[in-house]
Design a binder for this molecule. Sequence first.
Ligand code: ZN
Length: 247
Amino acid sequence: MRTIDFPPELRSFLHRTSKLAALTGAGVSQESGLRTFRDAQQGLWAQYKPEDLASPEAFARDPKLIWDWYTWRREAIKGVRPNPGHYALVEIEKQIPEFTLITQNVDGLHRMAGSQNVFELHGNIQLVRCSECGEFADEWDDDLESVPQCKACGGLLRPDVVWFGESLPLDQLEGAVEAARTCDVFFSVGTSGVVQPAASLAHAARNNGAVVVEINAELTSLTEKADFFFHGKSGEILPELVKALWS
Ligand SMILES: [Zn+2]
């Protein structure tokens, strides 16, 4: 395994920082073997476009079809585990006085790994809430002929994910923006930087004087502007960073 050279300036920033925010995207989940949204549409789901399965209009048109698609995806996630990149972020959280993890991923793997202060911008596919009153459901029956209903109001249950055309959960978004604006170091990890408003968080951090570190297997629109860029898998680079800095 190659050893990564972490520049002395970066080491010094990381040793001094009291406030670090990290944004993670699909790349981090893919390293756990999770398929991307589009890749997940296999078999009988291949005939649908993402917006045909993940929009309020689609749910209104055919709630059972949408419910079944998410049940299928939840099942697919069951065998997936956090990877070394997830665990390295848990370690970093222990080292930095104020650490915020912001994720675009809906799989819940960061919480499963042990991250504490997490904002999930696009929701969490493991959680289910009422489409009418918003009440979360702890349990539901997946074997019904129809979509299970809310115990409080009888409304149809739906996954707690953000669909096309829906706004992001305000509390999560506000927490993420605040963390980006006030951090001294901002990590952008495995995110393509094309989905707004997550993509603007790195720029908000940079405009407020934070050191921006990008870790990505691909080059992105952020790469040229980042103060430090590490090309490769977060599951390899982050554990090495933890080892180099804090062990
Ligand atoms: Zn309800």
